[in-house]
Design a protein around this ligand. Structure first.
Ligand SMILES: *Cc1c(COP(=O)(O)O)cnc(C)c1O
Length: 232
């Protein structure tokens, strides 16, 4: 899979360049490789090239992949980033290291109850509907402070920060606006006393804008693995 290795390097270079422009240390930005719809062999190839954190959106698909790659489990991090229904939380609480897509208190409560005691706390981000799109999941920016406080108080979870999927925008200046809003909300919550360290924002088409606005995790699929085929 030479393309994959080349793509991974190119994405790392994009992050490094954007970090340089932003005056940030590139090591303060983690690349999450979004492997949804791609086979376990592609994840293994990326792993062998040094990639350690992988993002998945669909519970059943992810569980199969995690099982196939069980030999890597101790040194790989699995991040759940897709919409999560409350009846599907248990395997996510049991198998993942992170959940970025906590979009209501009930989901966080279930994950807290279902996180096995022998595992470290589950890292979670609160998803914010930062562009205010009617169709998108996430709490509103106005609701975020109260929901974040409630999640931070739950056992077996560690609230790490905020996640958003902004509405697609053309130019980098337009792309920066929602990312800036998420960062401002993040700073507000930190000023209110929450110990947050993670801003999960930026994807294949807008990662530079996200890095310029302070992203600490960028979630990149297409630019690493190629275009997704949902037909099967
Ligand atoms: C699929 C997905 C990504 C990756 O998107 P690309 O445009 O392929 O980089 C990132 N975040 C979330 C939440 C996703 O569902």
């Amino acid at each position: 899979m030479p393309d994959l290795i080349h793509n991974l390097e190119a994405v790392q270079q994009r992050i490094a360049t954007a970090a340089h422009v932003a005056g940030r240390d590139a090591r303060s930005i983690e690349l999450l490789a979004v492997s949804k719809t791609f086979p376990a062999e592609d994840v293994r190839a990326a792993y062998l090239a040094g990639q350690r954190a992988f993002g998945e959106n669909y519970v059943q698909e992810a569980l199969t992949k995690i099982d196939t790659l069980a030999d890597l489990r101790a040194s790989i991090q699995w991040h759940f980033i897709g919409p999560l229904q409350s009846n599907k939380t248990r395997p996510v609480a049991e198998q993942f290291d992170w959940v970025h897509s906590v979009d209501r208190l009930k989901i966080a409560q279930r994950l807290a109850e279902q996180r096995p005691a022998h595992l470290p706390p589950l890292n979670v981000c609160l998803q914010v509907n930062i562009s205010g799109e009617a169709s998108k999941s996430g709490v509103s920016a106005a609701e975020a402070p109260e929901v974040a406080r409630q999640i931070a108080a739950l056992p077996n979870l560690r609230l790490r920060g905020l996640m958003a999927i902004p509405e697609p925008a053309g130019g980098i200046d337009e792309q920066r606006v929602p990312h800036r809003h998420l960062r401002e909300l993040f700073e507000q919550l930190r000023n209110d006393g929450l110990e947050l360290d993670t801003l999960s924002m930026g994807m294949s088409s807008d990662l530079e804008a996200a890095v310029l606005e302070g992203a600490t995790i960028v979630r990149v699929g297409t630019a690493i693995f190629g275009a997704r085929d949902y037909s099967n």
